[in-house]
Write a protein that binds this ligand. Structure first.
Ligand code: NI
Length: 137
């Protein structure tokens, strides 16, 4: 079993806001992240897939194809968009890094599978200091 990782980047806006809470409760819990007029991040999306090396090609998966899948289903939908409003795979979810990573997994997983490899990890870096990893369970 070998693991291969591809990194992509996008810029997006969001606001952390729990609809069950008052404005004050949201501000108290989420701080600046609850700012009503949004804020943005330069996200790093790091996708790791796993499987067996193809004997003929010597590679796990065509990197260009993998990149194209991530671009088409995630980056083009999220880049320069607002996670709370514009991004279909985030509909009905609070736009935390945790939820974005889970939604990215759910969106990408079937498209990764058809490439003949398994999705292993979605790592989403919101800032240099904050990141999440999701392994599908
Ligand atoms: Ni934020």
């Amino acid at each position: 079993m070998i693991y291969l990782t591809r990194k992509e980047q996008f810029n997006a806006a969001h606001r952390l806001y729990c609809p069950d809470w008052s404005v004050e409760e949201n501000e108290k819990y989420f701080g600046k992240c609850a700012n009503p007029n949004w804020h943005g991040h330069n996200y790093n999306l790091i996708v790791t897939v796993k499987g067996e090396v193809d004997k003929q090609t010597g590679v796990l998966v065509n990197l260009k194809t993998l990149s194209k899948v991530i671009q088409e289903y995630i980056v083009e939908k999220a880049d320069h968009k607002n996670f709370n409003i514009d991004v279909d795979f985030m509909k009905g979810r609070i736009s935390s890094s945790e939820n974005i990573a889970i939604a990215i997994w759910e969106t990408l997983e079937p498209h990764i599978k058809v490439l003949g490899v398994q999705l292993h990890c979605i790592r989403l870096e919101e800032t240099d200091k904050n990141s999440v990893e999701y392994f599908g369970d």
